[in-house]
Write a protein that binds this ligand. Sequence first.
Ligand code: ATP
Ligand code: MG
Length: 590
Amino acid sequence: MPPPDAARYATIHKARSTFAVAPNLLDYGAACAAFSWDRARKDLSDLPSGGLNIAYEAVDRHARGPRAERVALRWIGKAGERRDITYRELAASTNRFANALQSMGAKAGDGVFVLLGRVPELYVAMLGALKAKCVVSPLFSAFGPEPIATRMEIGEARVLVTTEALYRRKVEALRERLPKLDCVILVDADQDGEGTLSWRKLTQASSETFEIQATDPQETALLHFTSGTTGRPKGVIHVHEAVVTHYMTGLYALDLHENDRFWCTADPGWVTGTSYGVIAPLVHGVTNIVVEAEFDAPTWYGVLAQDKVSVWYTAPTAIRMMMKLGAAAVKDYDLSALRFAASVGEPLNAEAVVWGMEAFGMPFHDNWWQTETGGIMIANFASMDIKPGSMGRPLPGIEAAIVRRNSDGGVETVSAGEEGELALRSGWPSMMRGYLHEEARYKKCFLGEWYLTGDLARCDQDGYFWFVGRADDVIKSSGHLIGPFEVESALMEHPAVAEAAVIGKPDPIAGEIVKAFVALRLGFDADEAMRKELLGHARKRLGAAVAPKEIEFRVNLPKTRSGKIMRRLLKARELGMPEGDLSTLESDER
Ligand code: ATP
Ligand code: MG
């Protein structure tokens, strides 16, 4: 395996004199040395009744202090309508909902599922339920009936908050499968119906004062389902204490400052959209921009400009879509307020990091984490020199290592530059506390002090981590271990390539050969000449042993609804194998 090709893209140096505001983390070494989770927790308030509650940290402590009249949520609806909700108003509406839940008999630990688009009630329902100490599980509203019912079944949903249309289309017919579901609250219904309650009636009848009961930091707060990229989604359990990680990563990885306007483009149906689309910005008391519409470049650039977004957190798929349209499309917008741009969810190709410079005048700062880790673990910080293609360095308080399993069942760390499994030393606050109903699978993630992530990576001499691929996706060809990300990145460097996904295809001689699926940018033809050109380009870049032997063109690549390329589906189809769980599949262009 060739070493990470950092030299191909020059390191992006960050000169201190160019910072518009001083980054929260200026000296990485000093910050790591001084860091302790106990100290981070002291920056948060204790709950007056005792313990730690996410919703108190996110809402009430600001509503009771000088930030009360600051806009907590700026909601931008699909038709361009807008609504600003201050911290004081958010405290009142979440109190009403918490009271409503209690009046219906909802108790601590009860499952409250939320199936809504990005409308204000989504945020109120999630935070209100956390105040009532219920376990919140946000579902992506574009899910079909089956994935919704399955998730509510295994999460033992007691309450569902949704809309009339979503309920009729997706839940009603399957309700008998959900015997524990005794309240369905419709946010747009004026009257109660058969088996449904009106949100408006309920919340209007409830008091806007509410005291959160003492909350043990170890009480379960959230149930999140993974993206289903590698198989059936897992239900991941998180506790209230996770808010300490949300706070700390908002400070260091997203560099949130007092007057920021922050926009996380992810839907709260995915962990990113909850940890960073709801919790972290509110815990920092900044203005959180919520955009109801799905991706559309002019809308997005319009929001960045008009709403003066200063910190922006998005994902590689969206960045690749913007790249398809070209940097020139950004130039008509005044993005002078934008100070920091970050990305998560999939490997961010070096090409995309550098494109950020061209289009937005700043690189995209890649960071890495998982549903299981609850918050950002490895990041390119604002003050840090960036090696395009690297995920960055571990957050203060996080110890990451590259390990290999040894013959006596333990793990050993490997030398700099060598490939192995990415492992994290257990013990940060937002670490998952379990996979729901899958105890054995949960236990298998841990070896000694290490949590094993299932991702393969390398760490270079400077302590920068480089993603190689998911352990399941790595290709073994003629004795070489090939990480799909490296091959995909090399293909992406070709000007004709918009997206690429690489799989191992069984081969009697090599064991596996590398096969690439490629979507071209507009204006390029998917013909034989292009295939030859791309094969040649990859061979030149990667060498014959690593370059793909086959290329197949696709208009689009299959992705999860959170925007991740589903290599396992490409592989299953290639091999004529069962397609597996497709509940999170979005685009399905063959
Ligand atoms: P499932 O576990 O159900 O297969 P998933 O792993 O895609 O789905 P998530 O928890 O949403 O579910 O995603 C975490 C994974 O996404 C990581 O383990 C990693 O493989 C990938 N990922 C996230 N951020 C990055 C990044 N910056 N670079 C590379 N990979 C990333
Ligand atoms: Mg995973």
